[in-house]
Ligand binder design. Structure first.
Ligand SMILES: [Fe+2]
Length: 162
């Protein structure tokens, strides 16, 4: 059984057609009409950012997750092995973007993404970024990854050392 919240169903349909469809407007709708967001999605893990699986495509084409970021939590600097798109449902998320040069990635931009905003679509797996919660409140972000559930923990990120 793999139920989906009705507010996420259009997003799941669009994700099924990736990478040929523009997810951004549909993702944004889900970030604004966030009846899918449950109290447990605001409960983080004090040791690291926490992933809650919202929906798994039965054919293994994509996974939809909510990520809970407690104040101070930060991702590694990473790129992606699969397409991904994400945005912010609650809070203010900081994203730093890097350019890969010979050797270490170089910081090129820093943005703050607010609730209701689509942050990024990395459809060609070219982005390198670090995502963090530099605010005093919990953040919930909504992510789609073109990966099967079995590969969710190992099949998404390419890590860089900075
Ligand atoms: Fe990422």
């Amino acid at each position: 059984m793999n139920p989906i919240h009705p507010a996420l169903a259009p997003l799941a349909r669009a994700a099924k057609d990736m990478p040929g469809t523009d997810l951004a407007p549909i993702l944004q709708e889900a970030l604004v009409e966030k009846s899918w967001l449950r109290a447990e999605h605001r409960v983080g893990d004090p040791t690291r950012y926490m992933r809650h699986v919202l929906y798994v495509d039965p054919q293994g084409a994509f996974v939809m997750t909510a990520i809970t970021w407690l104040p101070g939590q930060v991702s590694p600097v990473h790129g992606h092995q699969v397409w991904c798109a994400y945005g912010v449902a609650e809070g203010e998320l900081t994203e730093e973007q890097f350019r890969a040069s010979s050797g270490k990635p170089v910081l090129i931009d820093r943005k703050i993404h607010r609730a209701g905003e689509v942050a990024e679509r990395d459809l060609d797996c070219s982005a390198i970024h670090r995502v963090s919660n530099r605010s005093r409140s919990t953040i919930v972000s909504l992510h789609l990854y073109g990966v099967s559930a079995e590969r969710l923990t190992t099949g998404i990120n390419r890590l860089f050392s900075v």
